[in-house]
Design a binder for this molecule. Sequence first.
Ligand SMILES: [Zn+2]
Length: 372
Amino acid sequence: MLRRCLAGGLALVYPADEGAYSEEGERSVWLMRLRDAALTDELLREIPKAELHIHIEGSLEPQMMFEIAARNGVRLRYGSVREVREAYDFADLQTFLDLYYEGTRVLLHERDFYELTFAYLQKATSQGVRHAEIFFDPQAHTDRGVAFETAITGIHRALLDGQRRLGVSSHLILCFLRHLSADEAAETMRRALPYKGQIVGVGLDSSEVGHPPEGFKAVFEEAARHGFHRVAHAGEEGPPEYIRQALDELGAERIDHGVRCVEDPGLVRRLRDEQVPLTVCPLSNVRLRVFPSVEEHPVKRMLGEGLCVTVNSDDPAYFGGYVADNYCAVRDGLGFAREDFRAVAENSFRASFLGEGEKKELLEVLASYFET
Ligand SMILES: [Zn+2]
C-alpha cells in the first residue's frame, strides 16, 4: 500500500505507515525506487509540464455541452451525451469541425466561457500542467452574435482564478479561422486590440487544406506590429509547404502539429537547425485519421531527429484524452521512455511564451522531479 504526495515539485512515494518514513535514509531508498519505477499513468500525470496546443472550445465535454444548452435554451442536433459520443467517429478534420462548431453554439454568456475554461484548468492541473497556452476562436462566437467581450471576459476571469486557486499560469492565444476570409481575420484583430493585455499571441486554425497560411500574411504582420507572438497550425492535413509558409510568410514562432514535415527531409533539417517548436497532438492525429494508429505516429522519430517536439491534447473532449493521456498513449504505442518524457516536458516550458525567469523556475521544478 503506497501513499503519494508532491513536495516542492518532487514526487515522493512512501509507505502509508508514517513510521517507515522517519529517517532521511528511508527517504532516499524510496526516491531510488521512484527513479527505477515503471512509467505508470500516475507518474506521467505528475510530470510538471506545459500545454501549448489546446483549443478551449475543444475542451467542452458532452456533459457540460448539455448542461449549458439546457440552461441557455439551446436545442442541439444530438439528443443525448451518448449520441454526441457516437458522433466522435470522425472521418477527417472537417467532420470533427462540424461537431466542434455545433458544440460552440451553446456558449452564449460570460458564465459559460468561465465554466468551460475553469473546468479545463482543473482537469489540466490534475494532469501535471503548470502552465497552459490556450487557443480561443472568437469568430466561432462573434459570427453567432456573441460579443468578443463576452467570450474573452469569461475566459480571462477563469484564467485569473486558475492562477489564484489552482496555481496554474496561462496565456491566451487568439486564433483566426482560416476557412473565413483574411478581411474577417483583420476585423477580428481590430476587435481584439482593446483586450491586448489579455492576449499573448495570435494563431491560425480550422480547415487546413485549401486555406494556406500565405493568405493571412497581412493580418499576421499587423499582429506583429502590435507585439503579439505568432503561431500557426500547419502540416496537420496540409502539405509540408504550408509549414514553410507559416514560417516564412507569417513569421510563426511555433508550428501547431507540423507532423507532415517528416515527408520533407530538407524541412526537417531546417526545423531542427532552427529548433522551431512543434506542438504535436498524437491522439488528435489518430482520431482525425492523419495516422492510422499511435504506433504509426512519427512523434518518436521526430524527437529522435532532434526536433523540438512537445506533446499536447488539441481538443481533449473530442479526441479521447487530455495532455497526460497523450503521454500515456505514446508510452504504450511508441515506447516513449523516461528521457523522452523529460525532453518533451522540457521543450514544453522552453517553447512557451513565458519570461526567461519563469521558464527557468519551471525547468528547475522539472529537473528536481527527474533528478532528485
Ligand atoms: Zn489544434
